[in-house]
Write a protein that binds this ligand. Structure first.
Ligand SMILES: Cc1cc2nc3c(=O)[nH]c(=O)nc-3n(C[C@H](O)[C@H](O)[C@H](O)COP(=O)(O)O)c2cc1C
Length: 195
């Protein structure tokens, strides 16, 4: 199973909404994927730093799902020109090299006028370093707040931009093909024996 990581623990995050839309698009394309929300996972940080020795059950469960994941889709907002600290802190708790070695990963960025370009590029550096397979087609949601139109039925706003939905759907189908292709040629993390 693939996993969508909600890359922030901010209450009421738009990343969560985008992640749910992505989950719906995967479903429409015939695949169930699971959300891993940092809002939940960050509760596992309460025990203090657990680098390399993760014991908190919330973190243990999240880490074990990532180590078995078919592919990761990371929805990341831009905070202060980079990724949220909670996301990097979570990544720093995960096992080296098992968590990311040869694991496919796709990115969706959201933010102001650069649409999360900076956190996505910073994450590409991190995942490149960790020998993940980075899916090249990224999606950027510029001025994200403009895309949430408040309606009577949904006072938090609905995300309906047809072009972005099309780009997100294209990424879903492309990432599905990318992961299947890696498996077919025996390069996917599930084909490998790590030493
Ligand atoms: C702490 C914080 C820092 C932010 N810094 C930036 C920034 O550097 N550049 C930018 O374009 N947007 C910035 N924003 C705007 C967010 O990218 C935007 O509001 C996005 O929706 C946040 O995602 P979230 O709703 O999932 O938290 C910042 C927002 C927060 C909360």
């Amino acid at each position: 199973m693939k996993h969508i990581i909600v890359g922030t623990d901010r209450p009421g995050s738009k990343s969560r909404v985008i992640a749910e839309i992505m989950q719906g698009l995967y479903r429409q394309n015939g695949e169930e994927v699971e959300l891993l929300d940092l809002r939940e996972i960050a509760r596992g940080f309460a025990d203090g730093p657990q680098y390399g020795d993760v014991k908190n059950p919330i973190l243990v469960e999240a880490a074990s799902k990532i180590e078995k994941s078919d592919g990761l889709i990371i929805v990341v907002p831009e905070y202060n020109g980079s990724m949220p600290g909670a996301l990097k802190y979570f990544i720093d708790h995960l096992k080296y090299p098992e968590a990311f070695e040869a694991r496919p990963v796709a990115f969706i960025g959201l933010g102001g006028m650069f649409g999360g370009l900076r956190p996505v590029e910073h994450l590409q550096g991190v995942f490149g370093y960790r020998n993940a397979f980075i899916y090249p087609e990224r999606v950027f949601i510029l001025n994200v707040w403009n895309h949430f139109k408040k309606t009577e039925a949904n006072p938090n706003g609905e995300f309906k931009d047809p072009l972005l939905l099309q780009l997100m759907d294209k990424q879903v189908r492309g990432f599905q093909a990318f992961v299947n292709g890696l498996k077919q040629v025996g390069l996917h993390t599930s084909n490998r024996t790590l030493k």
